[in-house]
Each structure stands twice: as structure tokens, then as C-alpha cells.
Ligand binder design. Structure first.
Ligand SMILES: [Zn+2]
Length: 124
């Protein structure tokens, strides 16, 4: 993720780029549109969205707690990947609503923020 994305995240904002020509949105934000190459501006995304796809991770070098679920959520005009913290794979369905939770990590760095997804509905 870019420095622009991380510094906005630490202020509680989810930033994407939006093309001035074709209107395509990108995450992480890019200076040039990946679709048409035109210059982009920033757009702030809502903190709630819907899961469009998800998968269960069983092997990872970086996390101790396995398995965990990653999802791609549609937040307004852009798509954001993230870990779903409060649900198991079998509790999730495409179209479920999630909320993006931003948290600070214990670190000296000013860009020490990250996010995860929280499923907002009750378990079936
Ligand atoms: Zn474009």
C-alpha cells in the first residue's frame, strides 16, 4: 500500500484514486489511471461495504492464527482486500455487509496503522 493510503488511514480515512478522464477507481491509490493512463485525483471511500469474494487461508508465513478469512469488499466505487476478523469461512456469504475497522499498531512509525473487516450481521 502507498504512503498516501497509509497516512490517510492513520487519520481514519480510506483513500482511493479516481481517474479524471474515465472515472475508474484504484486501490491502492495511483498517480496514473491503470485503465487509460490519465492523471488521477483522490476520493474517500465509505467505511462500510459488501463482500464480493472471499477465501480461507490455511498456510501463511506471517500469521500465527490459522486458518483466517480474506475477502475483497466493494466500498463505494473501489474494491479493498482485507482480513475478516470476527467470522469463520462458513459464516460468510457473498453480499454480506462489512465494516472497515482501522487500528493503530504499536510502533514508532507515524504510518503504523492498519485495517481489518468486521462482519456487521449476526451469525446465521
Ligand atoms: Zn482512466
Amino acid at each position: 500500500m502507498s504512503a498516501e493510503f497509509l497516512s490517510a488511514l492513520c487519520e481514519g480515512r480510506i483513500l482511493a484514486s479516481k481517474c479524471g478522464e474515465c472515472g475508474s477507481c484504484s486501490l491502492p491509490p495511483r498517480r496514473r489511471c491503470p485503465e487509460c493512463g490519465a492523471e488521477t485525483g483522490y476520493v474517500e471511500l465509505p467505511h462500510r461495504g459488501r463482500i464480493i469474494t472471499y477465501s480461507e487461508i490455511h498456510v501463511s508465513a506471517s500469521r500465527a492464527e490459522l486458518p483466517y478469512v480474506v475477502a475483497i469488499a466493494e466500498l463505494g466505487e473501489a474494491r479493498l482486500p482485507g482480513i475478516v476478523r470476527n467470522a469463520r469461512y462458513e459464516d460468510i456469504a457473498i453480499g454480506d455487509e462489512i465494516e472497515v475497522i482501522i487500528e493503530k499498531r504499536p510502533s514508532e512509525s507515524p504510518l503504523s496503522c492498519w485495517y481489518f473487516f468486521r462482519l456487521t450481521k449476526q451469525k446465521r
